[in-house]
Design a protein around this ligand. Sequence first.
Ligand code: IPM
Ligand code: MG
Length: 368
Amino acid sequence: MRATIAVLPGDGVGPEVVAEAVKVLEATAKSFGHTLDLASGQIGGGAIDATGSPLPAETLRVCRNADAVLFGAVGGPRWSDPRGRVRPEDGLLGLRRELGVFANLRPVRAVSDLADVSALRADRISDVDVLIVRELTGGIYFGARQEATAARREAYDTMRYSDEEVRRVAHVGFRLARERRQRVTSVDKANVLASSRLWRQVVNDVAREYPGVECESMLVDAAAMHLLRRPADFDVLLTENLFGDILADEASMLVGSIGMLPSASLGDGRRGLYEPIHGSAPDLAGRGVANPLGAVLSAAMLVRHSLGWRVEADAIEAAASRVVADGFRTADIATAGSTTVGTAEMGTRIAELVAGASREEGPCVVTQ
Ligand code: IPM
Ligand code: MG
């Protein structure tokens, strides 16, 4: 098969981790007999410096012409002046909105080899397998806002949701729960927020269409607590945009490092946006030490969801697990006795395993 992928490395460690994800994608294509056309684009702070815009029209065009978008990270101290006219993050938010990718999937699975790295005791995390389904193009991220000015020291943001915005992401959550452990926990703050009361009503409505799926609504503060107290009880965690942003970072500590977690942002069609959930980590940038697993596992989600290459996605995930199991770790997930490797070596090791993957299927020669 032939596929076009838009590659947007962005700022900070973005280019370093995306380079490894691309290395793994190229190895995958070669190993399984596919052709990949890669088209790169600027986004974030680098794009502001080069063009004045965090999301240049050309980048959007490249993304619209692609089957999927692989994204690194945006932002950094260089562009974080609160009085700045444009922010790097506006590039990512604009891209999510323009591509209509309203459902952000963030799988959080405990890795037994990394039990020592988790923030929790091994017995609490052994069965953790949570899929966060975060609404991505609505809520307080996109509601009306007013910046404070020198004259008027007051600012606001608005958390707004329509019935339809909640309904479509709820369907994604319930559909995915049906393929998993049949359980949705919907997160809201319905005891305080009007938008959450609508959220809860609509989720209940949608739940009626999935009689086999158990559904509970949980207040976000309680959810933050239960995620640490009994994380293995969660299956699909369905949440609005800001709550999902916060809970995903919290959940990454179950695994042990935010560098590990991938994400897929999906809309109505097959095209998706794939990104590690970590940020640009300016303190690590340029040092070759960032963990590329979040980006590499995002590439696995990309080939599975947008290209329909399931065996290939499994092969990438298996190779990543194998490298970690063999004791090769970036500094953030290093444990006693493991071998600390840099970003590029981690990527190369995964790519090498993937390169051999299609040949490991069986003794029969595959004629493409
Ligand atoms: C994330 C990030 C982004 C978000 C930022 C960079 C805008 O934190 O993807 O989780 O808040 O959605
Ligand atoms: Mg975040």
